[in-house]
Each structure stands twice: as structure tokens, then as C-alpha cells.
Write a protein that binds this ligand. Sequence first.
Ligand code: 6PG
Length: 471
Amino acid sequence: METQRHEIGMIGLGVMGRNMLLNMADHGFPVVGYDNDPGKVEALQKESAGSNIHGVTNIQEFIGLLRSPRAVMMLVPAGPPVDSVIGDLLPHLGKGDLIIDAGNSYFKDTNLRARNLAAKGIQFLGVGVSGGEEGARHGPSIMPGGPKEAYERVRPLLEAVAAKVNGDACVAYLGPGSAGHFVKTVHNGIEYAVMQLLAETYDLMKRGLGLSDDELHNVYDAWNQRELNGYLVEITSRIFSKVDETTGKRLIDEILDVGKQNGTGMWTSQSAMELQVPIPTIDLAVAMRDMSVLEKQRETAGGVFKRPIPPIACDRKIFIDRLGHALYAGMIMAYAQGMAVLAAASDKYEYHLDLEAVARIWRGGCIIRTALLEDIRLAYRNQPGLANLLLAPELAKKVLAHEEDLRRVACTAVELGLPAPCFLAALSYFDSFRSAWLPANLIQAQRDYFGAHSYERIDVKGTFHTDWTKG
Ligand code: 6PG
């Protein structure tokens, strides 16, 4: 074997790392993978027989196989494993080498790592990769951030392996520092919101309308053929037809109703709070995962607060159509909130994000890909400085066309006593955003009353304080 001929090395040969490597090799790039677990290296060798891939369990050997200046990508769980891999690599790397963290890292960790590595002359890219196992293998959406010159080094490789939409690669340089990881985090925040909205449609149709799994499969399948077309709707339809091999029943009905998380949704909410951007639909989606974990308490409360669920007093087909429209409106709110966080982060952290590019690279490969993203892309193309997606004329038209159905679905959920927090939050977000006046004057009066925090007036400029107890 010729040494030092490998263009890039991958650390972490779990299913994501292995699939990315196989994807790179498919596009003719000579690549080498490293994992300290011999089983994972063996799995890679087996799958890659006859291709441009080499797998090793020794880090020194791994580094020796890379062309200089070296480029190493890692796909390991976020947090301490990333620092541990960097620590293992450092004694073997030198000035001009490049480390790419392609995991779901927290953006503040990425900033810190980039600073520490830059001081050593090592380049660092924080790259969001979306699309799960299938995406990694056949074309993910890739969200790179860091030094532009470092991106240019790996640009041909990333463009080759990324998903394509009409021949357009779903990858774009997003900005300096942690821009890529920040965008990926918000991608996941939107992912949480759309998943929860879908879960709420499921609940309304299952407990509200009494639909069977076959019927649910058909509804989501039909929705996927129209404006709701997108990956999450498509897999939801497929999930309802999957039979459990052990019981012969539908697998969905055998799955415990406890939603787990790896933190990216929570980071989106935390970041939005820090940036003071309201994203209630995403916040509620995170909260509902936390609520689902309280299974024992929910069970007890279910006994204490027992309430029969009355049947939905509406023609089935009419309600399902209404629900589909409400879902579409809810999705617009979720994407609008996510994009608003990106716009604020772009200013505050000087990412200089091109939101049209973000929408463009989310149209293919990633988990939140949906037909709606093309409308979102066009909205930013027409108005690059758009403050909020809801202010884009084409999207505003769509919201208006679906608003009534969102409102009626929210009312139905409230009347039935079925939890639909993301639908309610989507509606409240819309109602407050379109409200030229909000009762925040009372909040200001209260703050001034108990804390002398002062207030502004509508008739005179300046700040004012009143002794509210006097007179
Ligand atoms: C993706 C997914 C991916 C992963 C999530 C799941 O874009 O490919 O978002 O990153 O599946 O991290 O997140 P939770 O475990 O928090 O649901």
C-alpha cells in the first residue's frame, strides 16, 4: 500500500462515520478510517471491499497514511469525546493540518476548540451534517463553518458527497467560527418542532377520530403527495405500516411513549433565550420531550384527572383536511422561528449568514427537508434582509390561507382536552406577532411599581418613573 496517499481520514467508525467514508470513497476519494474498536474497523473493511478505503486501529498508523497537510474529520458523540479525540490527535499533528468536527457539537464548545487549535496553527472546521445513516451514506446536507480557507481545502470533497437538488450540492460555506454548528443546532430545533407537530396530529387522529394505523398511514402518505411533502411526513407514513417481527402487531403500538433527546433542541431554546428571540413552538417541542419522560407521574395524574375524550364533532375528511392545513401553518411558524434565531445569531456572533443559502442546503439530504424550503429560499432571495419569514408576501399569503384551520384545530384540541402545545404555541406566536399592540405596557407599569425600573411613554421621549403609591 502506497503511504500518505489518503486525502482525508475519518475518526469514529460508528454507522455515521463509516457511511460518510463509504460515500467519500464512492466519489473516488482515497480515504482512511480510524477507530480504536477493532470490530468497527472490521465492519468498515467488510463493507468497503474493493474500494478506496483503508481502516486502522492505530492512530500513529492512521496519521502516517494521510497526505500532508493533513485533514482529519471526526464523527463522534458531542462533548468530551470530541476533546478526547483532539487530545489524541494533537501530538501527531502540526501547523497547517486541519481537524473537522462533523458531529452535533455545542457552538460555544466549537468556538473554544477553534481558538485553542488556532493558537497551535491547526485549522478547525465545525461542520453540521444532517440526514442520519442514509444521508451520510448517499448524500447528507452539510453545514460547514470556520476559516474560509480551510473550507476551500475540503470543498470539492464536501460538494461531491453532499445531497443534490436539481444538481445543486446541499453544502455551502456558512461563516466563521461556530456558524456551521449553530445552523445545525437550529436545524435540529426545527426538527423537534415539526416532529412534535406531527405527533400532535397523530394524537388528534388516533384519540380524537379513532383512526387505525392503516388509516394513519394513508393520511400521512396523502399529505406527503401535496404541499406538506417532506422527509418527516414521509417517514411518519411509513412508520404506521411497519409490522413488529416478534408480535406481528404494528411496531408503533409497541413503542414506549418516552421521547429521548441528545440536547440540540434544548440548545436551540437556550440560544434563542440568550439572543432574546421568541421561539415558543420549538420551546414547547423540547418541553414535550421532557413531559413524556415523566411517565409515572403522568400515569398517576391520568387517574386523578380522568376525563373522557369526546369524539370530534366534525366530518372525518373535513377534519383531516383541516388538520393538514394546520400542520402546514404550524410548520411555517416553526421554520420562521428557527430562521429568526439564525438572523439574530448572525448579527450577534458575526456569522454573516446567507439565509437563502441555509434554506437552499436544507432542501435536500437533511431531516427537515420539505417542499416548503423552496418557498423559504425564494423569500430570502427576494428580500435578503427579511426580518421574519412571516413578513414575506408569498409566505404571508400561505399563512392567511391556513390560519383559520390552525385556529379551529387548536380549539378542537382544547375542547377535547388533548395536548397540542405546539399547535397552540404556533397560533399564539402568530397572534402575538401580528399584534401591533401588546399588553406589555402593563408589564412596564408593574416593573416600575415594584422595582422602579422606569418606563417609556408613547407621547414624550425619555424614561420615566412614577411613585405609584402616592395620591
Ligand atoms: C440529523 C439529526 C441527527 C440526530 C439528532 C437526533 O440532522 O441527521 O438531527 O443529528 O438524529 O441528533 O436528536 P435527538 O436525539 O436530540 O432527538
